[in-house]
Design a protein around this ligand. Structure first.
Ligand code: ADP
Length: 539
């Protein structure tokens, strides 16, 4: 008797469940053909015994279908003034970036549809790309969702797996849409430059379909099997490195570049935005937390080494948490953090002020590099020892840098007499060039003159001025070719305490990119030939 009752109970419950799903399917207002398909699947679910794996596959599929937004939309606020106010209120500086974003949105508001191109915010970590995208969503009154593309190498991560697999899943785009619950969110595709392609297909070509306004009304996801309309979504992408974005994708995008902050900018951002936000988040009142302004500079210089303000923000958070603990335990009215007691809170400083070589040496020259984390100084070391005239290169150099090294050596060799170097030195010795600083792969053709100077210094046994940094590519004839990333490089030079930088003459046109405070503290010398470089850098 009980067995019969149980079975009947199960049957009734299952009928109810199926009925519920049917209602949800109708309520979801899917396009007609998809609704029909969903109802067919529902019929299949009904006739499949629950114990079969197939049953749960169908159920998961139908649950996903009804969870996707099919028509819910948020009403756009088309108030450009409000957007402008929000950006001005939440971000310090970034004038050009804000202007570009406003222009972009102005077009959207005027035409009442998404612009043909996709906004791509390019810049090092922690300079505000993600939070800008969130601000845009808030100002437009749209939902915000984010999918990180870093490390995506498989097309199915974008487009989903076919349902024939057990455990098949939809791709990141549709998962994002499910989270958004509206058909018109602001959808941030983070780190689009970090996608890689391999034998499992090319995620970049799937992304092309996502971002192409002509095609994305019919985006196909392998799991969904039916086209899904992405045309209302406002996609925004971010990247650390412009060069790493596949070219066809880059063509679709409107690039807005953000660059590293100077110490002064970081200080202002901390005072105006990071500290007030953190105080509020931790429920501490302004008068309970006093922080001397030189402490902020101290933290920037000695505890962080970054292009953006992430670490700085973390340290401020940590100071505030420690202060709260102190206030609660020692019953203090407020905590006052000064340069003298900051170490008690944060521990020993992580970085010595400037990475400038303390003593002037032979064969060590400071180059300036442009990395994903903004600019950095890059020391180049050269030495030589008895050998057979070979060139030894170490320090994870990329191909371009290896060729630079070869060219630099050939130039010094070819002009040995002019530089007072005994030509036999090259025959009887091996020259070893090393670029220390961890195992970061180094590429980008801008260390040519740095290497040449280090070789010249080592072989002529002349001392290099330690307050000079340089960047520039070299030709066999000893000319200095222009470089990219002058702004980041000059900020790095300033940060590390260099006094003088040598830049290629052709880069003079980029001089107005360099922040004033950097220009004031750095002597910038434009050079045309390697010989001028030697004159300025060698004692
Ligand atoms: P990214 O996405 O570029 O790595 P985030 O958007 O995560 O950077 O930014 C890190 C933090 O720094 C955020 O809290 C952001 O609000 C803050 N921030 C960055 N730049 C500024 C700025 N110019 N003004 C105010 N806050 C900023």
């Amino acid at each position: 008797m009980r067995a019969i009752q149980n079975e009947l109970g199960d049957k009734v419950r299952r009928e109810e469940e199926i009925e519920e799903l049917r209602e949800l399917i109708i309520k979801a207002k899917m396009p007609k053909n998809i609704e029909e398909k969903a109802l067919q699947e529902l019929a299949r679910l009904r006739s499949t015994p629950t114990a079969m794996a197939e049953s749960s596959i169908i159920k998961t599929y139908l649950d996903f279908l009804v969870a996707l937004p099919w028509h819910e939309q948020s009403e756009d606020s088309n108030d450009l003034v409000a957007v402008k106010e929000a950006l001005d209120k939440n971000y310090y500086g970034l004038e050009k970036v804000k202007e570009r974003i406003l222009e972009y949105l102005a077009v959207k508001i005027m035409t009442n549809k998404n612009p043909q191109t996709i906004l791509c915010l390019v810049g090092p970590p922690g300079v505000g790309k993600t939070s800008l995208a969130i601000s845009i969503a808030e100002a437009l009154n749209r939902k915000f969702v984010k999918a990180s593309l870093g490390g995506v190498r498989d097309e199915s991560e974008i487009r989903g797996h076919r349902r024939t697999y057990i455990g098949a899943l939809p791709g990141r785009i549709l998962n994002g849409m499910k989270t958004a619950q509206t058909v018109n969110p602001v959808f941030l595709l983070d780190e689009i430059d970090k996608m890689a392609s391999d034998y499992k297909g090319d995620p970049a070509s799937a992304m092309l379909e996502v971002l192409d306004p002509e095609q994305n009304a019919n985006f196909s996801d392998h799991y969904l099997e039916e086209p899904y309309d992405l045309s209302q979504v406002l996609f925004i992408t971010t990247a650390n490195y412009l060069e790493n974005i596949p070219a066809p994708l880059r063509d679709r995008m409107e690039i807005v570049e953000l660059s590293s902050y100077t110490e002064h900018e970081k200080y202002e951002i901390a005072i105006r935005h990071l500290i007030p936000k953190q105080l509020e988040a931790h429920g501490l009142k302004e008068e309970q937390f006093k922080l001397d302004s030189n402490v902020i500079y101290y933290i920037i210089q000695h505890y962080t080494r970054e292009a953006g303000v992430r670490e700085l923000n973390r340290y401020i958070g940590s100071l505030i948490r420690k202060s709260i603990k102190e206030i609660l335990i020692s019953k203090k009215e407020f905590v006052h953090i000064t340069k003298d007691n900051v170490e008690e809170y944060l521990g020993k400083p992580k970085f010595v002020h400037n990475e400038l070589e303390k003593v002037e040496r032979v064969g060590v020259v400071t180059g300036l590099a442009y990395t994903q984390y903004g600019g950095d100084t890059l020391p180049v070391e050269v030495t030589y020892y008895k050998g057979k005239g070979q060139l030894v290169l170490t320090g994870k150099l990329g191909d371009v840098m290896k060729e630079s090294a070869q060219t630099a050596l050939s130039y010094v060799k070819a002009n040995a007499e002019k530089f007072d170097i005994n030509p036999d030195l090259f025959k009887e010795n091996d020259v070893h060039i090393h670029v220390p600083e961890g195992a970061i792969p180094k590429d980008g053709p801008s260390a040519g003159i740095t290497i040449a100077t280090a070789i010249y210094s080592a072989l002529s046994n002349r001392v290099v001025r330690n307050e000079v940094g340089m960047t520039g590519e070299i030709t066999l004839r000893g000319l200095v070719l222009p470089i990219g990333g002058l702004k980041e490089k000059s900020i790095a030079a300033h940060r590390s305490g260099l006094k003088k930088i040598l830049i290629p003459k052709e880069n003079l046109r980029d001089l107005d990119e360099i922040p004033n405070e950097v220009k004031e503290s750095l002597e910038i010398i434009a050079v045309e030939t390697v010989d001028e470089v030697f004159k300025n850098a060698i004692k």
